[in-house]
Design a protein around this ligand. Structure first.
Ligand SMILES: [Zn+2]
Length: 323
């Protein structure tokens, strides 16, 4: 037979003594003090013999018991604390924090992610370490929307979500981080699911390339040829060990050329360096092909990313504090 609380739940008779269903967990749960977003995990109880009404279960009773005594919101995906409950008692585990932001890379030779063998400083480390002064998390990961080459710069801003695992607290940080040639704007807290939204996204981009001098007739040729044109690009030689080897078709929307620099608007994932030199015919048409001599993009800069939809999505996904 079961305790009073369980008897009431299943609408059966109670009996004094240890309860075989709830294992008198309630005394222990009285000690539990939590707040914020909480994920609940219950295991090890057996109430099958008493489950006459699936709407009134031990689990739902435990939830009610906890929420009556604590200022919390049940939110498994964005939990700040996970409560593991079993017949022995309860244990608490920290959740993870996700911050949405954009970074600007104002000098070249900074990689996006940390390297196994450290060759360059990374955007991930520069921003992650600064955030960790506030959060002291166990580990951090940057999930960005695409990436630029190590030697390229980004003056247009690139969206990312920084994952901070088991931080000391969950107070939202919004603000600017500026360090070692990287600027980051942190907009605020987002759900775990925002990571895939950002890291799976692809947006058209505008680039600025610095190059050797073009003549005015070459400028004319380039601007005329690369006007709403689809180019063919076979996986570039420099990345063929990392990327699937295949032809890709990319749109070049426009080219605005000047003697020593050129602006280009292109589809997400177009290889811009190869658009210049042609990669031995693997990119066609290319600038070299059109002007009939070799020309290289000496410095590549991302100046605009058409990702403004993410700002709208941030507004609708922003996680506000429940304290
Ligand atoms: Zn009981």
């Amino acid at each position: 037979m079961v305790c009073k609380r369980c008897a009431q739940r299943y609408n059966i008779e109670s009996k004094p003594g240890p309860c075989p269903v709830c294992h008198d967990i309630w005394n222990k749960l009285e000690q539990l003090k939590i707040e914020g977003r909480v994920g609940l995990r219950i295991s090890g109880f057996n109430e099958e013999d008493y489950l006459f009404n699936p709407k009134s279960t031990l689990a739902s009773d435990i939830r009610r018991f906890i929420e009556e005594r604590n200022k919390i919101k049940w939110d498994y995906d964005n939990a700040e604390t996970y409560v593991d409950i079993n017949p022995e008692g309860y244990e608490l585990e920290k959740g993870d924090l996700f911050l949405f932001g954009r970074y600007w890379k104002l000098k070249p030779m900074i990689s996006q992610k940390r390297w196994k063998r450290k060759k360059f400083p990374s955007v991930e480390e520069i921003i992650g370490e600064e955030l960790n002064k506030r959060y002291n998390s166990k580990q951090y990961y940057m999930h960005a929307s695409g990436r630029e080459d190590v030697d390229a710069m980004n003056w247009g801003g690139r969206a990312f979500v920084m994952e901070l695992q088991k931080p000391e607290h969950f107070q939202e940080f919004r603000g600017v981080i500026e360090k070692d040639g990287v600027i980051a704007l942190i907009y605020g807290r987002v759900p775990r699911s925002f990571v895939t939204l950002v890291s799976d996204s692809h947006f058209d981009k505008e680039y600025l390339c610095f190059h050797e001098e073009l003549t005015s007739s070459e400028i004319e040729q380039l601007e005329k040829t690369f006007q709403n044109i689809t180019i063919k690009q076979y996986t570039p030689t420099r990345v063929e060990n990392r990327r699937a080897r295949k032809w890709r078709f990319k749109r070049i929307y426009w080219v605005k050329a000047f003697p020593t620099f050129t602006y280009i608007k292109a589809d997400a994932g177009a290889y811009i360096k190869e658009l210049f030199h042609g990669d031995n015919g693997r990119t066609t048409p290319s600038f070299s092909e059109v002007i009939g001599r070799e020309i290289y993009c000496k410095q590549l800069v991302v100046v605009k990313t058409w990702d403004f939809i993410l700002d709208y999505l941030f507004k609708t996904h922003h996680i506000k504090s429940v304290y």
